[in-house]
Design a protein around this ligand. Sequence first.
Ligand code: SAM
Ligand code: SF4
Length: 465
Amino acid sequence: MHKEPIIVSQQEMNEQTEAMAAFRAMENRPKSYYVVTYGCQMNAHDSEKLAGMFEQMGMRAAQDRKQADLVLFNTCCVRENAERRALGNVIWLKQLKKEKPELLIAVAGCMIQQPYMADKILKQHPFIDLAFGTHNLYQAPSLLLKLVQSRQRVIAISHDDDLIAEGLPVKRLTDYKAYITIMYGCNNFCTYCIVPYVRGRERSRRMEDILREAEALQKSGIQEIMLLGQNVNSYGNGDDFPKLLKALDGIGIPRIRFMTSHPKDLSDALIDVMANGRHICNHLHLPVQSGSNEVLKAMHRGYTRERYISRVAALRQAVPNIGITTDFIVGFPGETDEQFMQSVSLAEEIGYDAAFTFIYSPRIGTAAAKLKDQVPPEVATERIQRLIHAVEAGTANAHRLMVGQTEQVLVEGLSKRDASMVSGKGRRNITVTFAGDQQDVGKLINVKITSAAVNTLRGEKESTR
Ligand code: SAM
Ligand code: SF4
């Protein structure tokens, strides 16, 4: 059951609108912005909202960070290397600020939401002008106005994790594909994971607000929506996600995707909606994390290897030709080589289309970070190579089976390697490359698959929708 959300009041939203107008009217204000995003799709969509607000404040997107008056880092803290990359880039800007003292530097998002991290960053890097946490995103206009008016550092890190702000302006990265956040936060407290601490408890948007957003996108000609949440299967009262998905399927947007699905909450009702939906893509990202029951228990995942395998079997029976992708963590504290080999055997048994494989990264404040038996980095590095190898065999096999089939591809751009080719994702979420040009971008094109490589499929255009 979710926390009852509090929708940010109209009065507070009006204050932000007024701050945008006041900022726009200022003469001596930043004219351009550049947002650097780290981490997951949730963050990517938050950055689209920040860009939407900045545009309404009269700023325009700069081509690169050197040309911007305001550079904002929207950070991630899920693993240490994401933190390190963000900090490295923030420090790099210190030099730029010496050359261009009027440059404003802002740091937002998950890293700033961790109290010890915010203290450390702000103390060590006095050149950061503005910092705000995940729960303050909608206040970006008034915070920025305060900064520009006062020329004093502004910091806002709220711990009110039950708020939902509706109606924020969004500047989407493309006009053919759109993210829709359906829920925020997470209640699962997997023992390795920092997300519940920086994103707060689960709270769901009202179904009518989501449907209204999707209807507007459908009218604008969008080809694909991606529903976002840390655990979309527990949307609403815990069993409302299939209802929401069914209602969205009825709107008529050609393709619907969603992530992330937690295996413990993958219900028969959801499988049924996926099997009978007209627009729901035949792909599911179902992070397993480990193939060992002992490790899954220590991770507090709430399912066993056997349960996971049986859910995948039910999915495959109901949705033929479904592609399954996953996340694995290797080197969780105490993981033995035998337990690790169960991840390898699970990857072989399931035959994933693709997997994100991560070396466990201790996160301060999580239960697992206190465990004694940390796996040495060289052991984890060697294990991840073995796992990647096992995943690749499954991927190659899945791709081979696609040869000869027709895939509907949403074209995303020219191929980086060969400008006479375009690439995009099929409904199964595998990248497909074929001969085409800029005119194809944003279109749904039926492509006959002619050959398969490890990461992509190649094909020939059949028809445009
Ligand atoms: N909510 C999603 C779920 O339950 O699968 C995933 C959210 S998390 C941002 C994305 C992935 O990061 C996880 O599936 C996990 O594999 C990985 N991850 C999270 N915490 C990690 C850690 N401390 N070390 C390594 N990988 C981690
Ligand atoms: Fe993190 Fe687990 Fe929540 Fe996913 S379900 S965000 S891995 S705590």
